[in-house]
Design a protein around this ligand. Structure first.
Ligand code: KIV
Length: 301
């Protein structure tokens, strides 16, 4: 019997659920917004207990959870399932779900229909989509149906091939100006917030005074209104290289391997399970049971 949802400790918190209005209030008050990605019920419970402001069910799930090479193959159904699990573990943070590659770009109609699924079927409070240009129209179309949209500029992993790989963006003046134009266009389209990924801090510092919506950075320096990190990166859950902008706050992979090795050692040496992990039977019941075993033949060893 493993821990059931009811036995997992939910933070007893009197914090109010974070709304779009609260995101703007945080910005106005200069209170930094804290966002993490999460992909399942236990991670959502941890995010809730830790008191983060925003949770993103990112399509980074494709690489962190599904073991794929990029975010491109992530599907709507996969992200819907993960978003539903995260929803069940959250009470306070603002829940954003990523629209996966190929689920919103083709038309405003497609974008609206996909966004509606995340709100209706998974309880997302907003959807996030990547890119400027034509994606500004998609963002506007979704916003006009009453669904909050978070834009995402800079390094946009869904179109990393076209960007020349997973690399910082806006390092040439022309590119930086394009970023400013796209950010302003997404704001004008009604986006409730913006994620800026892998952009030189100096470029972001120039952009920030031009924007009135909350901006969440990842590899975008410290001038943004908040920060987001990928769950597996910040907890060190995956072995291997991480991006320059990642800070690991735990060594989850190392600790998990050590824990499983201890378990394996204890199983192999008979230390686990101990008395405290086993059930008992009243002695008279055991005696009766043993008496009734006489008619069974013992198996050959
Ligand atoms: O998919 C994701 O995790 C993201 C964050 C990196 C912002 O888009």
């Amino acid at each position: 019997m493993s821990a059931s949802p009811a036995t997992i400790d939910r933070a007893a918190t009197d914090r109010k659920p974070i709304t779009v209005t609260a995101l703007h209030e945080h910005k106005q008050l200069g209170q930094k917004l804290v966002m993490v990605t999460a992909y399942d019920y236990p991670s959502a419970c941890v995010a809730e207990a830790a008191g983060v402001d925003m949770v993103l069910v990112g399509d980074s799930a494709a690489t962190t959870v599904l073991g794929l090479d990029s975010t491109v193959p992530a599907t709507v159904d996969e992200l819907l399932m993960l978003s539903r699990a995260v929803r069940r573990g959250l009470r306070t943070p603002f829940l954003v779900s990523d629209l996966p590659f190929g689920s919103y770009e083709a038309s405003d109609y497609e974008a609206i229909k996909t966004a509606q699924r995340f709100v209706k079927e998974a309880g997302a409070e907003a959807v996030k989509l990547e890119g400027g240009g034509i994606m500004v129209d998609r963002a506007r179309a979704i916003v006009q149906t009453g669904i909050p949209v978070v834009g995402h500029l800079g390094l946009t992993p869904q179109t990393a091939t076209a960007l020349g790989g997973l690399r910082a963006q806006g390092r040439q003046a022309g590119q930086a100006v394009q970023l400013v134009n796209d950010a302003l266009a997404l704001q004008d389209a009604g986006c409730c917030a913006l994620v800026l990924e892998a952009i030189p801090a100096a470029v972001v510092e120039e952009l920030m005074p031009l924007l009135s919506i909350p901006v969440i950075g990842i590899g975008a320096g410290s001038s943004t209104d908040g920060q987001v990190l990928v769950w597996h990166d910040l907890l060190g859950l995956l072995d291997g290289r991480t991006a320059k902008f990642v800070k690991q706050y735990a060594h989850g992979h190392h600790d998990a391997v050590a824990a499983i090795q201890s378990y394996a050692d204890e199983v192999r040496t008979g230390v686990f399970p101990g008395r405290e992990h086993t059930y008992t039977i009243p002695p008279d019941e055991l005696q009766r049971f043993q008496g009734s075993l006489a008619r069974f033949q013992r198996a050959e060893a």
